[in-house]
Design a protein around this ligand. Structure first.
Ligand code: CA
Length: 222
C-alpha cells in the first residue's frame, strides 16, 4: 500500500481556531480539512482522526461523538472549552479516545494526535487482507496488488461484508440487511448490479463467486 498522509477532520465552529489548526496540521504533514457543524461532520469523507469541538451550534457534542463512534473506528480527539470533568467523562464514555482542554498548545495537540494514532495502528484491526486485496475499513480504501481500487460506498460495504469472513458463503439477504442496514423485502436485483460492478473494478470475474441459491463468496485472489 502507498503511504498516504494521515487525514484529520477538524470539527470546530470557531473559524479562527479552525483555520490555525488546519494551517498547523498541514504544515506538520497531515491532510487536514475542516467543517464547522455537526451536519457537515456526519457527511465528511473518510478520515483517520477527528478533532471534535464539543460546543457546536447544531448538536450536542457528546451525542455527535457517540454517533461518529458508531459509524467508524477513526480516532476521536475531543476539544472542549468547558474544561468540566462531567463533559470530558461523557465524551470518553461516548467513544472518544482522548480529550484536550482549550486553550491548549499546539505541541500538546500534536503529541495527543501521535498517541491516538499509535494506539490505533498498534491494533491494525481496521485492515482486512485477502490475497492481494487489502481493505482499510477505517479509511474505507481498497487496494488490489498495491493499486487503489475506487469503489462507491455501497460497493465498499458489500466487499467488506464478504471480506470479513473470506471463504464463507454470505447469503443475499444477509448482505442486503448488513449493507442497506434494514430488512429488505424488495427485489434483490440491485445487489447483482453492484456485485457485477465490483468484479469489473477488481479486474477479476472470479474475485466474487456466486454460490447458486445460497449467496456470494470472496474468491481466491492471487
Ligand atoms: Ca465551539
Amino acid at each position: 500500500m502507498t503511504d498516504t498522509p494521515v487525514r484529520i477532520l477538524i470539527v470546530e465552529d470557531d473559524r479562527g481556531i479552525s483555520a490555525s489548526l488546519q494551517r498547523g496540521l498541514t504544515r506538520a504533514g497531515y491532510d487536514a480539512f475542516a467543517v464547522s457543524t455537526a451536519a457537515e461532520a456526519l457527511a465528511a469523507e473518510a478520515y483517520d482522526v477527528v478533532l471534535l469541538d464539543l460546543g457546536l451550534p447544531d448538536a450536542d457534542g457528546t451525542e455527535l461523538c457517540g454517533t461518529l463512534r458508531q459509524r467508524s473506528d477513526s480516532a476521536i480527539l475531543v476539544i472542549t472549552a468547558r474544561g468540566e470533568e462531567p463533559d470530558r467523562v461523557a465524551a470518553l464514555d461516548a467513544g472518544a479516545d482522548d480529550y484536550i482542554v482549550k486553550p491548549f498548545g499546539f505541541a500538546e495537540l500534536m503529541a495527543r494526535i501521535r498517541a491516538v494514532l499509535r494506539r490505533s495502528r498498534l491494533t491494525e484491526t481496521h485492515l482486512l487482507r485477502h490475497g492481494s486485496l487489502v481493505i482499510d475499513t477505517r479509511a474505507r480504501r481498497v487496494t488490489s496488488a498495491g493499486t487503489e481500487v475506487s469503489l462507491t460506498p455501497t460497493e465498499f460495504d458489500i466487499l467488506e461484508c464478504l471480506a470479513t469472513d473470506p471463504g464463507r458463503v454470505v447469503g443475499r439477504q444477509e448482505i442486503l440487511e448488513r449493507v442497506w442496514n434494514t430488512h429488505w423485502y424488495g427485489p434483490t436485483r440491485v445487489l447483482d448490479v453492484h456485485i457485477a460492478a465490483l468484479r469489473r473494478k477488481l479486474g477479476d470475474p472470479s474475485a466474487i463467486q456466486t454460490v447458486y441459491a445460497r449467496g456470494f463468496r470472496l474468491g481466491d485472489l492471487g
